[in-house]
Design a binder for this molecule. Structure first.
Ligand SMILES: NC(=O)c1ccc[n+]([C@@H]2O[C@H](COP(=O)([O-])OP(=O)(O)OC[C@H]3O[C@@H](n4cnc5c(N)ncnc54)[C@H](OP(=O)(O)O)[C@@H]3O)[C@@H](O)[C@H]2O)c1
Length: 241
């Protein structure tokens, strides 16, 4: 039986992925901090077990991953946080919080799982399509997800010889508690069920880069190829807060 470890499984995309993989008969290790959500996942399926830790706490992360009851063959590193910079007023504490979770939390986990990785394993890292071009108010979030994408693509090169595959996931807008606080229109917003299906399909096919929803992410990727001055003109119009 295949096994998957999912971080950020207590809410949104990660929670849907945990339920969907369990439905498919995979053994699931669902990770997060929220005790209530973890307990609900534990009860939902006999093949889900839970693991509580804060990814920004290096010691907690290492202890939790040292004591796993099974070795997953898929490691889905999805936990993340989003905060926006308002009115272009830099807030270094906010930037630090976002990077603490999205970048340093991620590297904590990567370091902690590394001893478990063997040939045939896949590590999937959730970045964002926001990493592909500069968007308004995304000085912290977009930059953190650009770092996430870079880390994943570098690891893909470094782990190839060990037979460990790395996939990077680039979602567009998905309806979750993270986006519920957005006050701007979110073009081509999709549900967590659709997001989970796109991620599973991409991973089943062994894709290195998984973009969804297709049309929206293609538009942003093409915009990302334009000269910066053209990008700024278009994104300024499309993503007014
Ligand atoms: N929704 C979108 O439109 C969208 C688009 C692009 C990319 N993404 C990315 O997709 C991923 C999931 O997002 P989502 O929309 O599903 O968000 P969400 O519903 O807010 O879920 C975020 C998850 O991350 C976990 N998490 C956050 N900080 C953590 C920490 N310090 N330690 C451990 N777990 C932590 C949360 O668990 P606890 O609170 O239990 O700790 C929660 O399960 C994120 O990386 C996000 O950046 C989302």
């Amino acid at each position: 039986m295949s096994a998957v470890l999912i971080t950020g499984a207590t809410s949104g995309i990660g929670q849907q992925l945990a339920l969907d993989y369990a439905k498919r008969g995979w053994r699931v290790i669902a990770c997060g901090r929220n005790k209530e959500s973890l307990a609900k996942l534990d009860e939902a399926y006999p093949n889900i077990e839970t693991c509580e830790f804060d990814i920004t706490d290096r010691v907690q992360t290492f202890n939790a991953l040292r004591s796993l009851s099974l070795t997953p063959d898929l490691w889905l590193l999805n936990a993340g946080n989003c905060e926006y910079i308002d009115n272009g007023e830099m807030d270094s504490k906010l930037v630090e919080r976002v990077f603490q979770t999205n970048v340093f939390g991620l590297t904590n986990i990567i370091e902690a799982i590394e001893p478990h990785l063997v040939s045939g394993h896949r590590v999937a890292v959730v970045s964002s399509i926001a990493s592909e071009l500069a968007l308004p108010r995304a000085e912290a979030y977009g930059a953190s997800k650009a770092a996430v994408g870079y880390i994943a693509r570098s690891l893909r090169l470094d782990w190839r010889e060990r037979g460990v595959e790395v996939s990077t996931i680039f979602p567009g807008f998905v309806d979750t508690p993270l986006t519920a606080k957005n006050t701007f229109p979110m073009p081509m917003l999709i549900s967590v069920e659709q997001a989970s299906e796109a991620i599973q399909k991409g991973l089943d096919k062994g894709q290195a880069n998984i973009y969804f929803p297709k049309r929206f992410t293609w538009i942003l990727r093409i915009l990302g190829l334009l000269p910066y001055s053209w990008q700024h003109a278009v994104t300024g119009l499309l993503f007014r807060s």
